[in-house]
Write a protein that binds this ligand. Structure first.
Ligand SMILES: CC(C)(COP(=O)(O)OP(=O)(O)OC[C@H]1O[C@@H](n2cnc3c(N)ncnc32)[C@H](O)[C@@H]1OP(=O)(O)O)[C@@H](O)C(=O)NCCC(=O)NCCS
Length: 111
């Protein structure tokens, strides 16, 4: 899904299947990014709300999961507001400006 302002894409969010087999097709990975000019204005909230509605009501997903850097408070708070909970911490998952950063694993089960 995309968020648009005057014909310009200002944010996007997507669900990516984790598997297509019977045992894993209830599960998808989630990703989101909002243009820096409009961060903190509710675009992420609107996109995630639409994604969750789509996952529950149209795709029949039972589980949506994501990874978020441990210091990304804005994203984590947004995810928690939409029903995602912390499942664990993965150490040194990515390099950022010369050091490795940990990530939280989060997931939301269909209510
Ligand atoms: C994370 C991101 C998707 C959120 O989208 P957004 O449009 O900026 O978020 P919204 O404005 O809808 O909501 C952010 C909420 O977090 C709150 N918030 C902002 N900074 C915060 C902080 N440092 N700590 C806690 N909460 C914070 C805001 O107050 C807002 O809550 P409110 O609606 O109650 O006021 C967006 O900022 C982004 O793309 N960031 C860079 C890429 C990224 O981090 N992607 C996610 C990777 S997992």
């Amino acid at each position: 899904m995309v968020a648009e302002l005057d014909g310009v894409i200002m944010g996007s969010a997507g669900l990516f299947p984790i598997g297509t087999g019977a045992r894993t097709r209830h599960n998808a990975m989630f990703g989101i990014a909002v243009h820096p000019d409009v961060q903190g204005c509710g675009v992420g909230d609107a996109l995630l709300g639409a994604i969750v509605t789509h996952a529950d009501g149209w795709l029949g997903l039972q589980r949506v999961e994501l990874d978020v850097f441990v210091d990304n408070d804005r994203a984590r708070v947004l995810y928690e507001r939409h029903g995602f909970v912390l499942e664990g911490r993965a150490r040194m998952t990515a390099m950022r400006r010369g050091t490795y950063v940990d990530s939280f694993a989060m997931a939301r089960l269909r209510p």
